[in-house]
Design a protein around this ligand. Structure first.
Ligand code: A3P
Length: 292
């Protein structure tokens, strides 16, 4: 069934589409378990990469068959997603048989179901520099048929700076989660750029946060299997069987680089973006790297 491209609307101060709000009551009343692991991100910040790393850390040794039979989006359900004729994200999470459950969300911090806080769940937030994030989001919206049409690059960039993207403003998202981390110790805040630069080091930090004693040999194996080219060749992680994506337009694992924004921003766009960025980020200690 061809699903229509949705309209963006204001939802409690955040731009959203109905594919992420139609199941709102069930999302807000979702019952977390203390050992749930949440992967939270602004869209296109490396969600699938982190989800896959976590899945391998927890389940490769005990459930190896999972690696060749279950696509990553079924192993790690997308909490707020609801599309016709498919189980909702909450249903998928509620019927997961593995423990811990690894659950993906793009919700800004103020929308996270309260049960996750009450159960003191571990949350991994992965953030990506704004310039690469918006480029990746642009190409994704070209191919993702349940996202609003992106329009041309310059109008998309303009909408991004205005926060009129699905899941709202990038600035508010990354800063909101950063502030929450100062008060809630079970958030591990990580960066896409660090993962690109030194995946092994980030794996170690993740294991330490999660209290996992994964062997060095297994960590090496995971590091190898989560490389861009390996994930891109793996039908369980490249999303080629996701029927809402149009692979004739772009790729899900598109470039996986830091600095691809330089191939998209004009000099004028870059100057305007930097000016606006400085204003919006002036009250945070959060720092990003847009090149390595
Ligand atoms: P690009 O569009 O810049 O290539 P998400 O999973 O949040 O939708 O993020 C998708 C982005 O993460 C894409 O960025 C994708 O290529 C990148 N990505 C996914 N797996 C990766 C990996 N193993 N190494 C580098 N980048 C990866």
């Amino acid at each position: 069934m061809e699903l229509p491209r949705p309209e963006l609307f204001d939802f409690h101060g955040v731009s959203m589409t109905h594919y992420f709000t139609d199941n709102w009551e069930n999302v807000q009343n979702f019952q977390a378990r203390p050992d749930d692991i949440v992967v939270a991100t602004y869209p296109k910040a490396g969600t699938t990469w982190v989800s896959y790393i976590l899945d391998l850390l927890y389940f490769r040794q005990t459930l190896p068959e999972r690696e060749t039979t279950i696509p990553i989006y079924d192993r790690v359900p997308f909490l707020e997603l609801i599309i016709p004729l498919e189980p909702s994200g909450t249903d998928k999470a509620n019927t997961l048989t593995t423990s811990p459950r690894i659950i993906k969300t793009h919700l800004p911090v103020q929308f996270i179901p309260k049960s996750f806080w009450e159960q003191n769940c571990k949350i991994i937030y992965c953030a990506r520099n704004a310039k690469d994030n918006v480029v990746s989001y642009f190409h994704f919206d070209r191919m993702e048929k349940i996202q609003p049409k992106p329009g041309d690059w310059s109008s998309f960039l303009q909408r991004f700076t205005e926060g009129k993207m699905v899941f709202g403003s990038w600035h508010e998202h990354v800063c909101g989660w950063w502030e929450k981390k100062q008060a809630y110790s079970k958030i591990h805040y990580m960066f896409f750029e660090d993962l690109v630069e030194d995946t092994g080091h980030e794996l170690k930090r993740l294991c330490s946060f999660l209290g996992l004693s994964t062997s060095e040999a297994e960590k090496e194996r995971i590091k190898r299997d989560v490389q861009f080219d390996v994930m891109k060749a793996n039908p369980m992680t490249n999303l080629t069987d996701d029927c809402t994506l149009d692979f004739s337009v772009s790729q899900f694992l598109r470039k996986g680089k830091v600095g691809d924004w330089k191939n998209h921003f004009t000099v004028a766009q870059n100057e305007q973006f930097d000016e606006d960025y400085k204003q919006k980020m002036k009250n945070t200690t959060l720092q990003f790297r847009a090149e390595l």
